[in-house]
Design a protein. Structure first.
Ligand SMILES: Nc1ncnc2c1ncn2[C@@H]1O[C@H](COP(=O)(O)OP(=O)(O)OP(=O)(O)O)[C@@H](O)[C@H]1O
Ligand SMILES: Cc1cn([C@H]2C[C@H](O)[C@@H](COP(=O)(O)O)O2)c(=O)[nH]c1=O
Length: 682
C-alpha cells in the first residue's frame, strides 16, 4: 500500500507493457548496457593515457572525451531523420557492430599504431560511438513505437504508454548496471593485469557486449515493427523565446550542473583521493543508481508537498550533497555524497519534466551539461592542488575538489532562484509544510484575520475566481470545488465569464465566433468589460449580498492577461476600465491553474474558437501575464501546478479554500447543537 492507500503492483508481477516488449528486451538491454559502458571505458582510457601528466592535462583529456561523447546529442533530429530512411534491423545491427569495432580499435591503436595520438583517437572514437548510438536510438525508438502502436485491445492507449515507459526504464535502468560492471571489470583487471593495459579489459568487454547486442538483434525472429518517433531539436527548443515556466531554467541548470561537474572531474578526483578505476566505478555507480532511483521515485516522493516546492528543494539538496563531495577527502564519503547528488538530481528532473512537458528542459539540460563538462576540467587544472595550514593540522584542497565546489555554489544559487520563482505556496512557511509532507499530510497554516476583515466577511459571502490559460482545468476544478462546498452546507453560485447573463451569452457568441474578424483590441476589451459589468451587477453582487459563495470560471485577470499581455495593450488602463465596470469588486481568492500552453490546448476537444486560434506566442504571453499578476499579490492567489492529476489539484484547492471559509451553519443552529460542522475531505 502507498501512503495514500493505493495498492501498487508488486514488481515481481508482470507489468502492462512487459509482454509486448518481451522480444525486444535482450537486444535493447545489451545495447544500452554497452552504450553506458562506453562512458567509463573511454574516460578511464583517457585518464590512464595521461596518468603521468599534470592534473590540468589529465582533467582536460577526460573532459575532452566526455564533450566528444555528448556533442552528437545536439544533432539528434538529424540522426532521427537519417535512421528513418534505413531498415530498422540493419540500422540496429550496423550501429552495434560499428560500436564494437570502434571500442576494439582503442587498445589496438594504443598498442600498435604509434603514428596516432591515442588520447585524440579515444576522443574521436567517443564522437563516432555517440553518433552510432544516436542512429541506434532512433531505430530502437521507432521499433518501440511500432510495438506500442500494434498492441491489440488498447483502445485508450494505456498499454501503449506502458510499453514506452518500460522501454525507457530498460534503456536508462542499465546505466547503474554498466557502472557496476565497470567496477567488477576494474577489480578483475587490477587482480589479473598490470600497467596501463589494465584499462583495455573494459574496452574489450564493451566491444563484446555490443557484439552480443548486434547478434541478438540479427537473430530476432519475424519482422521488426516500426512507428513514428519524435526527435525534438534541442537547439530550436532553446531558441524559442516565448513561454516557459519562470524559474524552471534555473532549476534545470541547478539539477544538471552537479551531475555533469561530477562526471567531468570524477576520474581525476578519485585518483587524488587514492582510488583507481574501481573507485571511479563506485562513484559512477552511486551517481547513476541515485539518479535512477530519484527519477523513478520522484513523482511519488512527498506527495502532499507542492511539486514546485519539491523541485526547488531537490536542487538545493543536490547542491549541498555536492558541497560535501567537494570538501571531504574520503572516498567512501564522496561516493555516498555522489549517490545523494544523483537521488536529488533524479527527483528534480522527474519533477521538472512534470512542471514543463515541452522539449525545452531537455534542451537546456543538454547545453548546461556541455558547458559544465567543458568548464570543470580546465577549472580544476587552473585552481590546482593547494595545502592549507590550519595550526598544526593541514587540509589539502584539490583542484578537482575546487571545481566541484564552484559547481556546488552555482547550483545552490540556481536552486535558491528556482525556489523563489517557482514557489506556488508563498506565505506558507517551508519548515512546517515540509514536516507535514514527511508525515504524509498537507500543511494548512493557521490564519489570523484582522477583526475588521472578519466582520466584513460575515456581512457578505465569499468570491472565488478560477483563472488560467486554455484547457488548464478551470471548469473541471471550479465544479469540483462547488460540489465540495455544497456538500458542506454552503450556498454556492457557479458562474463564468464571458456569458453568465442573457446579454453576456450574446457577447460570448460574438467574442468567440471565428467569423468575428477585424475586431479591434480596444473593442474586444470593452466587450469583455461590458459582459463583466452585467455579470457583477446581476449575478455576483446579489449572490454575495445574500451570503453565498460565488465560484467564477474567469474574471478580471482574464482581461488583464488576454487583452493586456496577450494583445500587448496597457495593462493599467485595462485594470482601470474593469475597476469601473465591477465597481472595484476583487475576489477573496483567485486560483491560478498553470499548465504549459501546448498541454492546455492539446487537452481541448472542440474546434478552436477565435481566442484559442491565436498563435502560440500569444498564449505564452497570456500565461506570463497570469503569473505576474499572481506574484504581485500572493496573499490572495493560489498558484497551482495544473499538469498534475485532477484529484491532487482538487485537494490542494480545497485546503486553500478552507482557510477563507465562513462558518456554514447559522449561529442560531449552533446555539442549539453547540457543535461546529466538521469539514472533511470528499
Ligand atoms: N489535471 C488534468 N489533467 C488532464 N486533463 C485534465 C485535467 N483537468 C482537466 N482536464 C481535461 O482537460 C479538458 C479541459 O478541461 P476544462 O474544460 O476543465 O479546462 P478549462 O480551463 O475550463 O478550458 P477552457 O479554457 O476551454 O475554458 C477536459 O477534457 C478535462 O477533462
Ligand atoms: C473573461 C475573458 C475571457 N477571454 C477569453 C479566454 C478564452 O479564450 C475565452 C473564454 O472561453 P472559455 O471557454 O471560458 O475559456 O475568452 C478573454 O480574452 N478576456 C476575458 O476577459
Amino acid at each position: 500500500m502507498t501512503r495514500t492507500g493505493v495498492t501498487r503492483p508488486r514488481s515481481a508481477e508482470p507489468q502492462p507493457g512487459d509482454e509486448p516488449l518481451r522480444r525486444l528486451r535482450p537486444p535493447l538491454s545489451l545495447s544500452s548496457l554497452g552504450h553506458w559502458l562506453t562512458v567509463p571505458a573511454l574516460t578511464a582510457m583517457a585518464a590512464t593515457l595521461t596518468r603521468d601528466d599534470a592534473l590540468a592535462t589529465r582533467a582536460q583529456s577526460v573532459g575532452l572525451v566526455l564533450v566528444a561523447w555528448l556533442l552528437p546529442v545536439l544533432l539528434a533530429p538529424v540522426f532521427g531523420t537519417a535512421a528513418a530512411r534505413l531498415d530498422r534491423r540493419i540500422a540496429l545491427v550496423a550501429a552495434d557492430a560499428l560500436r564494437a569495432f570502434l571500442m576494439l580499435s582503442v587498445p589496438v591503436v594504443d598498442l600498435l599504431v604509434t603514428a596516432v595520438n591515442p588520447v585524440l583517437w579515444t576522443a574521436i572514437v567517443a564522437v563516432l560511438v555517440s553518433c552510432a548510438g544516436m542512429v541506434w536510438s532512433a531505430a530502437a525508438a521507432s521499433a518501440v513505437e511500432g510495438v506500442a502502436a500494434g498492441v491489440a485491445d488498447d483502445e485508450d492507449g494505456t498499454v501503449g504508454r506502458a510499453v514506452r515507459r518500460r522501454a525507457l526504464r530498460l534503456v536508462f535502468g542499465t546505466a547503474p548496471l554498466a557502472a557496476l560492471a565497470f567496477v567488477l571489470l576494474a577489480l578483475l583487471a587490477d587482480a589479473l593485469l598490470g600497467g596501463a593495459d589494465r584499462v583495455h579489459l573494459v574496452l574489450y568487454a564493451t566491444a563484446v557486449v555490443f557484439g552480443a547486442a548486434g547478434a541478438a538483434t540479427a537473430m530476432l525472429g519475424g519482422g521488426l515493427p516500426g512507428g513514428e518517433a519524435e526527435f525534438p531539436a534541442p537547439v530550436a527548443a532553446l531558441l524559442r523565446r516565448e513561454g516557459g515556466v519562470p524559474g524552471l531554467p534555473a532549476a534545470v541548470v541547478g539539477t544538471v550542473l552537479p551531475v555533469a561537474a561530477l562526471l567531468a572531474v570524477a576520474r581525476v578526483h578519485v585518483r587524488v583521493l587514492g582510488g583507481g578505476d574501481p573507485g571511479y566505478g563506485a562513484l559512477l555507480l552511486g551517481l547513476t543508481a541515485g539518479l535512477a532511483y530519484g527519477v523513478f521515485a520522484g513523482p511519488r516522493l512527498l506527495a502532499p508537498l507542492s511539486r514546485r516546492r519539491l523541485l526547488g528543494l531537490a536542487v538545493v539538496a543536490g547542491a549541498v550533497a555536492l558541497l560535501v563531495a567537494a570538501l571531504v577527502t574520503n572516498l567512501v564519503v564522496v561516493v555516498v555524497a555522489a549517490a545523494l547528488t544523483g537521488v536529488c538530481a533524479g527527483v528534480a528532473w522527474a519533477t521538472a519534466a512534470a512542471v514543463d512537458d515541452t522539449p525545452r528542459p531537455r534542451a537546456l539540460a543538454l547545453v548546461a551539461a556541455l558547458v559544465a563538462v567543458v568548464a570543470a576540467p580546465p577549472l580544476a587544472g587552473i585552481l590546482g592542488d593547494r595545502r592549507l595550514g590550519l595550526g598544526d593540522a593541514a587540509y589539502t584542497f584539490t583542484g578537482s575538489g575546487a571545481a566541484l565546489l564552484a559547481a556546488a555554489v552555482l547550483a545552490l544559487v540556481a536552486g535558491a532562484v528556482a525556489h523563489r520563482r517557482l514557489d506556488d505556496r508563498r506565505g506558507v512557511p517551508l519548515r512546517p509544510d515540509l514536516a507535514a509532507a514527511l508525515r504524509g499530510e498537507r500543511y494548512v497554516p493557521p490564519r489570523e484575520e484582522p477583526a475588521e476583515e472578519q466582520r466584513a466577511r460575515t456581512e457578505r459571502g465569499v468570491f472565488i475566481a478560477f483563472e488560467g490559460g486554455e484547457g488548464a482545468g478551470k471548469t473541471t476544478q471550479s465544479r469540483l470545488a462547488a460540489i465540495w462546498l455544497r456538500d458542506h452546507g454552503y450556498e454556492v453560485v457557479t458562474t463564468r465569464e464571458p456569458g453568465a447573463t442573457k446579454t453576456g451569452m450574446r457577447l460570448r457568441a460574438l467574442l468567440l465566433d471565428k467569423e468575428t474578424t477585424g475586431l479591434s483590441s480596444r473593442a474586444e476589451t470593452l466587450l469583455y468589460a461590458a459582459d463583466r459589468a452585467d455579470h457583477v451587477a446581476n449575478v455576483i453582487r446579489p449572490a454575495l449580498e445574500r451570503g453565498a459563495i460565488v465560484v467564477s470560471d474567469r474574471y478580471v485577470d482574464s482581461s488583464l492577461a488576454y487583452q493586456g499581455y496577450g494583445r500587448e495593450q496597457d495593462v493599467e488602463e485595462i485594470a482601470a476600465v474593469n475597476a469601473w465596470a465591477t465597481q472595484g469588486l476583487v475576489p477573496d481568492l483567485t486560483v491560478l491553474l498553470e499548465v504549459p500552453a501546448e498541454t492546455g490546448l492539446n487537452r481541448l476537444s472542440e474546434p478552436a474558437d477565435r481566442l484559442e486560434s491565436e498563435p502560440r506566442a500569444f498564449h505564452d504571453r497570456v500565461l506570463r501575464g497570469f503569473r505576474e499578476l499572481a506574484e504581485a499579490h500572493p496573499e490572495r492567489y493560489l498558484i497551482v501546478d495544473a499538469s498534475r492529476p485532477q484529484q491532487e489539484i482538487r485537494r490542494e484547492i480545497q485546503d486553500r479554500i478552507r482557510e477563507i471559509l465562513p462558518d456554514p451553519v447559522p449561529a442560531a443552529a449552533e446555539d442549539i447543537t453547540s457543535t461546529f460542522p466538521a469539514i472533511t475531505d470528499v
